[in-house]
Design a binder for this molecule. Structure first.
Ligand code: BGC
Length: 748
């Protein structure tokens, strides 16, 4: 009887909401009408169900779903699942939701598709190092295509947390330290995942996370407290989220941290005031994993029921894994502590997303085994991953043109990551295969050199104190003309809950480098790094001839890295984050404030200045730094006018010449300094960048347009404003330069 009733209602629902024009052109208002007609049929319990998400967990063989979860789905108590994928796995669950619940409302399947789904692209910090927004959009599009073919509707990405502390493991998941670069990548990710039309079965919902301040966790310790003034919040941490909204992002995720004493998941100021009132966001907000329950440990709620109420009052729509909404929302409404309308709003937003995806027209439209088979690991996608790996690597140093490698030499390839296929994917590698699918650097070398000219030895483990394999590494290096060492971090040393108090290479890897250098003082040593954060490379810098920062480059990483090392791709990556000299300089970032006692340029050792007694203030490698095999010379900076007004714009042009022997890409960066403000302004701020290609000997003139909008900031009254006065301006290939040009913003 129940089944018959369910089927009848299901047919009714599909009739109510399907017999209208389906997709493109529908306004949110049309969707709202459809959702409202569905909601008229729903009980309070069913509406609450739409605000609940559970994890399926997963194993190598497929998703594991607990009996509890199945019974919740059957009861209509679950609206979304995470960590469930494959066409087969998602179909089973969707069938339960559609055929065995009273209303047959389809489930939403979410997953952390962070830098690829099966085809894994370089980690996000690496993608930011490419400064290539087209590539970020393209690779996110590919990730969405693969994930959606495997039943996924929603990714928990992009992570837009500005991060200035390399101890924090999740720095690997974002775009680094800069607000402008992070905001630009936000747009590219959202466009890539969501495409132009969510109804298209190759697109998925994106999720701007973690709202907000998570990257500023004290001492770089994950989940730790965040205290910051509203000015810093608005000028640095919020803009990437606003950029995601402007790009049309459909969902937001809360952050684990507290912000100025109020945990983000219960923070009305963030969700009600900023997100909904100021920014008019009308998508839905999901908590981070068990974040409602964590309000108790934060000391903000006395029990889970109170936590549920606080989160709902803050404007949170969906509960990920706390079981809080399922257990307490109904009684909170019945006893009058919450309004039913609050639940309605949350439910409405979730249903709206399902509607936009087209799940009410066909709950199985993303579930198609053939499409899954033909989409995942497409040759075209693997090639794209190889390209991304190449464009995301950053050449940190290259003395005496050590790189590119000479193909006639014998090369010793040494290090725990030289033939690795596991760590190379990096953290948060979704459904990526760590068991042999990836191409190692060794595989890449085999494409360029005959096997008898590559001499491989592991040398040591990533994080171990043993030295017994050093002898083998030394005898291997002895056979070769030069040494390429591939060192770095374990993939689990970055990502969530992976903070480090030391940012040096772990284990005995630096000792291995020293042993090789001592034994072979004249042999060239190239260091290739795979890691998820800026490292302290002060020792390595002195011991090597060249360093290539490859980050964790993904499934095709080894091939992309070989393309760079052998000169098929001339490196063009630039650092999206500062590399300190040591951990004591943290936080260190290029757009700092000047202080009242900056060190004088010509005498940095003066007393009573803002400096360290033991090291310079400067970083080892600055933001924006990255070498090429060729040389780019910047000259003739010209401004179309020496003054600008609120309504006019000014053009800054520069000539960039490729003065070296290789064709190559350069990333030209526009920086501005607002010299005097009603609140102090950073010494430099990135305001634009362009990736350009120059043949050897070629010169191009590039132009940036600057108007008052580019110069705005939040003043002490939290007004987004621009102030007249003098500005310094420069276009350069890194943030390490001194300004020479100025213009004035007139008060008209
Ligand atoms: C992370 C999120 C992630 C979620 C779901 C949490 O632990 O903080 O970034 O999306 O888990 O996997």
């Amino acid at each position: 009887m129940k089944i018959i009733k369910a089927s009848f209602l299901t047919v009714l629902i599909f009739f109510v909401i399907s017999c209208q024009p389906k997709k493109v052109g529908l306004q949110d208002n049309d969707y709202y009408k459809k959702v409202d007609s569905l909601m008229k049929l729903m009980t309070l319990q069913e509406k609450i169900g739409q605000t609940v998400m559970y994890s399926g967990g997963w194993s190598v063989t497929g998703p594991i779903i607990s009996d509890n979860n199945i019974s919740y789905i059957k009861n209509g108590d679950v609206g979304a699942m995470l960590n469930v994928y494959t066409a087969e796995g998602t179909r089973k669950l969707q069938e339960i939701a559609v055929n065995e619940t009273r209303l047959g409302i389809p489930l939403l399947f979410g997953y952390d598709v962070i830098h690829g789904f099966k085809t894994i692209f370089p980690i996000n910090l690496a993608a930011a190092s490419s400064w290539d927004l087209d590539d970020i959009e393209k690779t996110s599009r590919i990730a969405a295509d693969e994930a959606s073919s495997s039943g996924i509707h929603w990714t928990f990405a992009p992570m837009l947390d500005v991060a200035r502390d390399p101890r924090w493991g999740r720095i690997s998941e974002g775009a680094g330290e800069d607000v402008f670069l992070t905001s630009k990548t936000a747009e590219a990710y959202v466009k890539g995942f969501q495409g132009d039309n969510l109804y298209d079965k190759t697109t998925i919902l994106a999720c701007a996370k973690h709202f907000v301040g998570y990257g500023a966790a004290q001492a770089g310790r994950d989940y730790h407290t965040v205290n910051m003034g509203e000015g810093e919040l608005r000028n640095v941490y919020l803009p990437p989220f606003k950029a995601a909204i402007d790009a049309g992002v459909e969902t937001f995720m809360t952050a684990f941290n507290e912000l100025n004493g109020v945990p983000a998941t219960a923070n009305k100021f963030l969700y009600k005031e900023i997100l909904r009132n100021e920014w008019k966001f009308n998508g839905f907000v999901v908590t981070d994993y068990t974040a409602i329950n964590e309000l108790i440990k934060h000391g903000f709620a006395k029990d889970a029921k109170e936590a549920t109420k606080l989160a709902m009052n803050a404007g949170i729509d969906m509960d990920m894994m706390s079981s809080a909404n399922r257990k307490y929302l109904s009684s909170l409404v019945k006893e009058g502590s919450l309004q039913e309308n609050q639940v309605n709003e949350a439910c409405r937003r979730v249903l709206l997303a399902k509607y936009k995806l087209g799940l009410f027209d066909n709950p199985y439209k993303y579930i198609d085994k053939d499409r899954e088979k033909n989409t995942i690991y497409k040759r075209e996608y693997l090639n794209a991953a190889r390209h991304s790996a190449a464009i995301s690597s950053v050449l940190l140093k290259n003395d005496a043109r050590t790189l590119p490698l000479n193909k006639t030499q014998k090369i010793a390839l040494i290090g725990p990551l030289a033939n690795d296929k596991r760590h190379i994917l990096g953290n948060w590698a979704a459904a990526g295969d760590r068991k042999g699918k990836a191409a190692s650097v060794y595989d890449g070398f085999k494409e360029y050199l005959p096997k008898n000219r590559i001499f491989y030895a592991k040398g040591c483990e990533i994080d171990s104190k043993e030295k017994e394999n050093f002898t083998k590494a030394i005898s291997t290096a002895n056979k070769a003309d030069m040494i390429v060492l591939v060192l770095g971090e374990d993939y689990n040393m970055s990502g969530e809950a992976a903070s480090r108090s030391s940012i040096k290479l772990p284990g005995n890897q630096t000792s291995l480098l020293k042993a090789l250098r001592n034994k072979f003082p004249k042999k060239k040593i190239v260091l290739v790094l795979m890691n998820g954060r800026p490292l302290d490379l002060s020792e390595e810098e002195l011991l090597t001839d060249a360093i290539l920062e490859a980050w964790f480059p993904g499934t095709m990483g080894g091939l992309g890295i070989a393309d760079v090392l052998f000169g098929t791709y001339n490196p063009s990556g630039k650092l999206p984050v500062t590399f300190p000299r040591n951990v004591g300089q943290i936080p260190i970032y290029y757009n700092m404030k000047n202080t009242g006692r900056p060190i004088p340029e010509n005498n940095p050792k003066q007393d009573y200045k803002s400096n360290y007694l033991d090291i310079p203030n400067t970083p080892l490698y600055p933001f924006g730094h990255g070498l090429s095999y060729t040389k780019f010379t910047y000259s003739n900076v010209t401004l179309s006018s020496k003054s600008n007004t609120y309504s006019s714009s000014l053009e800054a042009t520069v000539d960039i010449k490729n003065d070296g022997d290789y064709d190559g890409f350069e990333i030209a960066q526009l920086y501005i300094h607002d010299k005097v403000g009603s609140v102090t302004r950073p010494v430099k701020e990135l305001k634009g960048f362009k990736k350009i290609f120059l043949k050897k000997g070629e010169t191009k003139t590039i132009t940036f347009t600057i108007n008052a909008e580019n110069l705005k900031f939040y003043n002490s009254n939290m007004e987004y404003t621009v102030e007249p006065g003098e500005f310094e301006i420069a276009i350069q290939g890194s943030s390490d330069f001194k300004f020479k040009n100025t213009f004035v913003l007139e008060d008209i």
